[in-house]
Design a protein. Sequence first.
Length: 257
Amino acid sequence: MSSLTEESSYLNRMLEAGKNVGRGKMTDKYYQENFLNKGQFVCNPLLRLSADDYHRFLARLSLKIRREFLLKSTGMTYREVAKIIGYASHTPIQKFMGSGSFNTKISQKLIAQLAILFRVPPEWLMEERITDNEWVTYHFHHLGLEKKKLISFLEILNNVKDTEVWIRNFILKGVNPDNSLFLRVECRNGNFLVEIFNQLGVIREYNELLAALNSKFDCVFGDVLTAIPSQRNAAIICIANHQIDFNTPIDFRKLDF
C-alpha cells in the first residue's frame, strides 16, 4: 500500500471513529485506547489540511476527548505545553485537560491561552456540544495583557536569544483606537511564527505589521488553518537565526503577494 493510500485510510478511520464516539461499542474509553493513543491518528496531516473535515471531527468528540485530542495534536506533553506557554507547573493544565466537565474555578486566562494555542474558540474547551461556529477574539482580553505599540513589539522580538522557545500572545495598538491586532507568536530559537487572530477588517494595521517585520527579518507570508472553516489566520514566518530551520506547521499555506 502506498504512503498516500495509507494516509487516506487512516484519515477515513479517524473521521469514522470520531463520528461514532459515544455510540454503541465506540465508548470514550474504547476511542482513547484504540484511536487517541495511536500516534498516526492524532498526527495525520491530511486531517489538518481539510478545514471542513477537521471541524466536523472536533465537533463530534466529547468535551474530554476533544481536549485530549487537541493537546496530543501539538505533539507536546503536559510539561512541554506548560513550559512553552509560561507555567512553572503542568498540574493546572493536566487537571483541566483531563476533565470531562467545566469547572468555573478554572482560570479564564488558562482557558484563553489553551484556546489560542490550539486555534479554537474557548467555548470548544468548555462546552460539551459545539453549537456556535463563530470565530472570536474576546478571550485575548482575559490574558491581562497591556496593549503594545508596534515599536515595542519589535523590540521584544529583536531582543530574543537564540536559545528561547516559547508561545506568547500580544495585543497591538492600532492606528485607529478602535482597532487592535491580536497575535499568537511562536518563538523557536530566534525565529518566529507571527499569527494574526483577527477576522478581516484591520488591513491597515496588518500591512504596517507586515512591512515592519519584513524590514527586519527574512519573511514568508501565508495563513494557517483553524477549527473554523471560514477563518484562516494570516501568518508571517520570520527568520533571524539562519542556523536553525523553523519547523513550519503542516497547515501553513504560503501565499504570494
